[in-house]
Design a protein around this ligand. Structure first.
Ligand code: SAH
Length: 514
């Protein structure tokens, strides 16, 4: 541990939901934490940044279970810090905006425990921003207030002084106000806000499921009727709400509102998930496979020890590249042992994996179909040439066969294994059953096979979503297993797959509107 002083508490704001809205400093603290104490509404993606060895303590409310009290939380912080731990107290939004951050810190002060505060992006400003509503805007609003909507405004002991507040600032932002919305509207009108004042309610702001309802103080309650619009929601009152019409952006992104299943292994899912969420989709990771080491490294090691005997090494996946490099390192070898050997990468993603190790592929065939790959290699001369094919245990024989037909002496070795994931998250089955998944993506044949197996063969669960495959080989597997294939990417890469989903999605919109 390169710690200078022992035992400190960092009170960190996590932002309103979008994991990108934590501050750089907050993320750093999270990555160094030994204990993290967190509440409800935190994005699970943020929690994944916490070191695996750290102790994670959930103190949010749980339906029907014991609710941990504020005293207990304070006690926890003090106790862990006294034990010398680096503690992160992670809170939604900004810790000092209706976050009880001050209360928790006061107790640390009493106990003489060192602390720091890392402010966060508050929902009071960020949620309106994600709905296209600036809280101030020249000509519309030159002031704003952030108010708790939790207090019953009709109670005589309410600390909200409506007669002053209703017209004191141009914009008002209420947090925790949904339950009291009728009372808030009533009090604003009673104390001088015109009934025609625009109001917007934004729930799950900055999350993929963000929803906004607009109206005026006069009609907002009517507009809500029949729609469940529960918390968490921010209420914005003022002329600035009108700007949303022009400034909305988050819920205008092309895949907004679409739920997309990502079936790649957990380790490989992030690029696909990121690209999808950048376009507004909600990626749901449902890893169907896991990548594991081979049961026996013997055959791979033997070939790596005599790499120079090969004319070509043909990599058929980024996983294969990573596995070979891991093993080279374990054997005390490095890239120089590949000197003089030509390297082929089956597609751009595999070529990229090679590049990340400082090596450019000598050949990347135009098409990933075994025949085409073999022909491309054959043009460079394959007759009698030893070719190494490091691959997964599940690979078919097509490529090896095609290479052999051109006279190559092919050695296939298992560099890694592709195994079925233990289970699907219960959420995934639930979403599929309810028809709430718009697209399911397959980046390899093995993801198709194993997802179907994890669904216990019930392919009807996939009938309501569009099936998107990374290329023709994956699509063929999907059809053979009885799936309807709706989309096959033109470019057989992860970005190509996302582009194909996007094209289908916007094509669909046009059809609906046109
Ligand atoms: N410290 C937090 C606020 C805590 S109070 C902050 O600075 O954001 C909790 C209230 O915040 C909720 O009732 C809701 O009004 C608001 N809120 C938090 N996250 C939100 C979100 N993603 N979308 C809408 N409202 C949110």
């Amino acid at each position: 541990m390169n710690r200078v002083a022992a035992g400190k508490v960092y009170l960190v704001g996590a932002g309103p939901g979008d994991p990108g809205l934590i501050t750089v400093k907050g993320l750093e603290r999270l990555r160094q934490a030994e204990v993290v104490v967190y509440d409800r509404l935190l994005n699970p993606q943020l929690l994944r940044q916490i070191p695996a060895a750290a102790e994670l303590i959930y103190v949010g409310k749980r339906v029907g279970a014991h609710t941990i009290t504020q005293d207990e939380i304070n006690g926890l912080l003090v106790e862990r810090a006294k034990a010398g731990k680096t503690v992160v107290r992670l809170k939604g939004g900004d810790p000092f905006v209706f976050g009880r951050g001050g209360e928790e810190i006061l107790l640390l002060v009493e106990a003489g425990i060192p602390f720091e505060v890392v402010p966060g992006v508050t929902s009071a400003v960020a949620v309106p921003a994600y709905a296209g509503i600036p809280v101030t805007h020249r000509g519309y609003a030159s002031s704003f207030a952030v108010i708790t909507g939790h207090e019953d405004p009709t109670k005589p002991d309410s600390s909200i002084r409506w007669e002053h507040l209703a017209t004191a600032t141009d914009t008002q932002v209420f947090l925790m106000g949904m339950e009291n919305l009728p009372l808030i509207v009533e009090q604003l009108i009673a104390h001088g806000r015109p009934a025609s004042t625009p109001i917007a309610l934004v729930r799950w702001g900055t999350w993929p499921q963000q929803e906004t309802v607009e109206g005026t103080l006069a009609d907002i309650l009517q507009r809500l009727e029949g729609q469940p619009f529960g918390p968490p929601a921010v209420i914005v009152v003022g002329e600035v709400v009108r700007l949303r019409e022009q400034l909305r952006w988050f819920d205008r992104r092309p895949l907004f509102g679409k739920t997309v299943l990502v079936t790649r292994s957990r380790d490989q899912a992030s690029q696909l998930s990121q690209l999808l969420s950048d376009l507004g989709a909600k990626p749901v990771e449902a890893p169907a496979i896991e990548i594991r080491e081979p049961e026996d490294y013997g055959p791979l090691d033997a070939t790596l020890q005599r790499l120079r005997d090969y004319g070509w090494v043909v990599f058929t996946s980024a996983n294969g590249v990573e596995a070979v490099w891991r093993r080279l390192k374990a054997l005390g070898l490095d890239a120089r042992d590949l000197a003089g050997v030509q390297l082929a990468a089956i597609g751009p993603a595999t070529a990229q994996a090679l590049e990340s190790h400082g090596i450019f592929a000598d050949l990347v065939p135009e098409q990933y179909l075994s025949q085409a790959v073999a022909e491309a290699l054959a043009q460079r001369g394959l007759s009698g040439v030893p070719v190494l094919l490091p691959r997964t245990d599940l690979a078919g024989e097509d490529l090896a066969g095609a290479l052999a037909q051109h006279g190559a002496q092919v050695d296939q070795v298992v560099a890694y294994r592709t195994v079925q994931a233990a289970t699907l998250e219960p959420e995934v089955g639930e979403l599929l059953r309810q028809g709430k998944v718009d697209f399911v993506t397959f980046a390899s044949s093995s993801t198709v096979k194993h997802l179907i197996a994890l669904l216990k063969g019930d392919i009807s669960l996939l009938s309501k979503c569009a099936t998107a495959c990374i290329g023709p080989v994956t699509a063929r597997t999907a059809r053979e297993l009885g799936l309807r294939v709706d989309i096959v990417a033109q470019e057989h890469t992860v970005p190509g797959l996302v582009r194909a989903v996007l094209e289908r999605s916007s094509g669909g919109e046009e059809a609906r509107w046109g």
